[in-house]
Design a protein around this ligand. Structure first.
Ligand code: HEM
Length: 402
């Protein structure tokens, strides 16, 4: 008897990977696990006229991300751009293919290497220490980590601390437009537009200010490129969004899991493992949930024919739990080695901020483990309602300082 793969996926009401409730209230890992097994390159309809190929295995995800000739970034890289023309096409390097991609990324890359970002470590450490002053009673660990991006975006982009609360809200509107905490009354599309407009207006002022008073940071590097003002702002947007949206979710979901499984003390007691801890935290939490490409020609992926122009969405959160690559993939394992996770993507678009994100996370976890001996959960954990941002937005804890 032939078994319908849709039954095996186990969503009788119809599987909808574009439904933000799957990530906010459901269990995407259970769904992804079944997709990896039964339907690893699966067509997901969206409305009556649109849709995308959902890619859930590590090998297929890597194949898409590393082959820009077959899978272009120029049509937008997030699901919220599906079916919309990408206004930043070939202007913003995230939405550009090689060779033009390297023209914009190259000069920024020099300031973002492991060596170059190391000079920001003292500033990052002092911001993290200020953030971690032991809180008495119940506190929200999501609030505590909300300003983590500012620790490096201050030095890298010249963003003042006073602007952070507004920026953080506009970033959330731009990546988690379905979340009720940020959604405007006119709905998700209006929320997205509002977030974009606010950020672009803010960043235009930031660029103009840098032109008057250069500071030797990333914004100056972009402003000095032979690009139109709109393109400079679009690339600043990429840096700000990339730099701020995902990173707080790594410690949140990691600490949630360590508390749930009673292994916080084990991780805190092995500071010599900090590099491995951060890689495993990135794999396990995968806060940047997906990235999109468009097929440039008819092709085959994982045995499935894909037509030119089709959207292909790589689910990084799923690839990073692929049991054929990561034994015991659902366990947060400090001893995991090797750890070929895709949390920062792969290929030419590999995360520009990976070095500063790693540095910041190492500092954050080191300081956290040195400050708190243990945590207890003091209420319900709430997840973000977003197809892109996989993470936690509320997490009441009680911490025992050392
Ligand atoms: C834990 C934190 C982070 C995660 C999980 C993450 C994840 C990713 C991923 C998966 C990509 C690949 C996108 C694609 O293939 O289209 C990417 C690209 C990018 N990230 Fe990150 N990122 C993080 C932190 C940062 C930081 C701190 C910055 C900047 C300071 C940053 C800036 C960027 C930029 C500009 C790109 C586009 C690169 C390109 O298209 O060449 N990210 N990031």
């Amino acid at each position: 008897m032939r078994v319908d793969p849709h039954d095996r996926i186990g969503c009788p009401g119809g599987l909808d990977l574009a439904d933000p409730d799957l990530y906010g209230a459901g269990d995407p890992h259970a769904v992804w696990r079944r997709l990896r097994r039964w339907d690893p390159v699966r067509w997901q309809p969206v409305g009556n006229t649109s849709g995308f190929w959902a890619v859930t295995r590590h090998a297929d995800a890597g194949a898409v991300l590393t082959d820009h000739a077959r899978f272009t970034s120029t049509g937008g890289v997030m699901l919220n751009m599906l079916g919309r023309p990408e206004p930043a096409q070939n202007q913003q390097f995230a939405a550009t293919d090689p060779p033009r991609h390297a023209l914009i990324r190259g000069p920024l890359q020099r300031q973002m290497s492991t060596r170059a970002v190391a000079r920001h470590a003292p500033a990052i450490r002092s911001s993290v220490r200020a953030m971690l002053r032991p809180a008495a009673g119940v506190f929200d660990f999501a609030d505590l980590t909300a300003s983590l991006p500012l620790a490096f975006l201050g030095p890298l982009m010249g963003i003042p601390a006073a602007d952070w609360p507004d920026l953080a809200r506009w970033v959330s509107m731009s990546v988690a437009e379905h979340d009720p905490d940020v959604m405007v009354p006119d709905g998700p599309a209006a929320t997205l537009d509002r977030g974009h407009r606010e950020l672009f207006a803010y960043l235009l002022n930031l660029v103009l200010d840098h032109r008057r008073h250069p500071r030797g940071d990333l914004v100056d590097v972009l402003a000095a490129m032979p690009l139109r003002a709109g393109a400079v702002v679009a690339n600043c947007y990429s840096l700000l969004l990339g730099g701020s949206a995902a990173i707080p979710h790594v410690p949140r979901a990691t600490v949630a899991e360590l508390v749930r499984t009673g292994r916080y003390a084990d991780w805190a007691g092995r500071p010599e493992r900090i590099e491995q801890a951060v890689e495993e935290a990135l794999r396990f939490t995968s806060p940047a949930g997906h990235f999109m490409r468009l097929a440039t020609r008819d092709t085959i992926l994982g045995g499935t024919p894909i037509a030119a122009g089709d959207a292909v969405v790589v689910w990084l959160g799923s690839a990073n739990r692929d049991e054929s690559v990561f034994p015991d993939a659902d366990t947060l394992d400090l001893d995991r080695h090797p750890n070929r996770h895709l949390a920062f993507g792969d290929g030419r678009h590999y995360c520009l901020g990976a070095a500063v994100a790693r540095l910041t996370l190492r500092i954050f976890f080191t300081e956290l483990f040195a400050t708190f001996a243990s945590f207890e959960l003091a209420g319900d954990v709430e997840r973000v309602r977003s197809t892109w941002l996989g993470g936690i937005k509320r997490m009441p804890l009680v911490g025992r300082p050392r």
